[in-house]
Design a protein around this ligand. Structure first.
Ligand code: SAH
Length: 235
């Protein structure tokens, strides 16, 4: 195993002149207590990850003061960073273990990938919009998330060379379940994705075992569109 990709990054301190890191630490702790723990997220790995990732650094400076509120926020290019609770819910549903390799479709701000990266061995994340891809790749470098591998492409095609994955998470709404992603899920793997129309979707969980793929619904949600070969068309 080459030594250049290690799972744990060095601890970075995040201080700005205007607002000390302590203020954000306190807001983040409150977010976890009120929005996450209070709504039945109990996986200790998920709770610890949500306590660690500095969510305010994944949004623009102008929105930083809202970073720990209970809703999604715009991240540019008409895309959004998901509400903290939905990130926690999807992460918990993936039933992650520390050795897992996870594929994410829809890098966006990078927040979901960072939460995953706190828990698992390696995260592979794909973004189709070049400005977002570039900006977020730089942020992962700055925050020293060395176990996140980024790619600029259409995620509905998956990432064949790195498959199969122990878990797959799609963070944009799909019109149907992409077959290619099903085939890139390991036996014993878990996949989570929103499926529905452009306004409302069902959060679908798929488990693959020796006998095949099994699907369950976790309830309603609303995501931006998954645009691609196996998703919605551009317009
Ligand atoms: N996980 C992100 C959510 C961002 S919103 C976060 O934590 O911030 C969804 C993202 O999916 C957008 O950035 C959008 O450009 C991207 N996306 C949509 N269709 C895609 C596709 N086919 N492949 C890769 N990314 C896609």
């Amino acid at each position: 195993m080459p030594g250049f990709l290690t799972k744990r990054r060095a601890t970075v301190k995040h201080h700005t002149m205007a607002d000390s890191g302590h203020t954000y630490d306190r807001r983040r702790e409150e977010m976890v207590k009120r929005q996450i723990e209070a709504r039945n997220i109990s996986d200790p790995l998920v709770l610890e990850a949500m306590r660690r990732v500095p969510r305010h650094l994944f949004v623009s400076e102008a929105l930083r003061h809202k970073a720990y509120e209970d809703h999604p926020l715009p991240i540019g290019a008409q895309q959004t960073i998901s509400q903290p609770f939905i990130v926690a819910e999807m992460t918990q549903a993936l039933e992650l273990a520390p050795d897992d390799r996870v594929l994410e479709i829809g890098t966006g701000s990078g927040y979901q990938a960072a939460v995953l990266a706190e828990i698992v061995y390696r995260v592979y994340t794909i973004e189709r919009l070049h400005p977002l891809y570039l900006r977020t790749r730089k942020l992962f470098d700055t925050l020293q998330y060395h176990n996140i591998v980024t790619r600029y492409s259409d995620g509905t095609m998956g990432w064949k060379e790195e498959s199969p994955f122990d878990a797959i998470i799609v963070t944009a709404g799909a019109p149907r379940i992409p077959d290619i992603l099903l085939s890139q899920l390991a036996v014993g793997g878990r996949m989570i994705l929103p499926v529905g129309n452009q306004y409302t979707q069902d959060l679908i969980k798929i488990i693959r075992d020796e006998s095949g793929w099994h699907q369950a619904s976790l309830g309603g949600c609303r995501f931006v569109k998954l645009v691609g070969e196996e998703g919605w068309s551009e317009s």
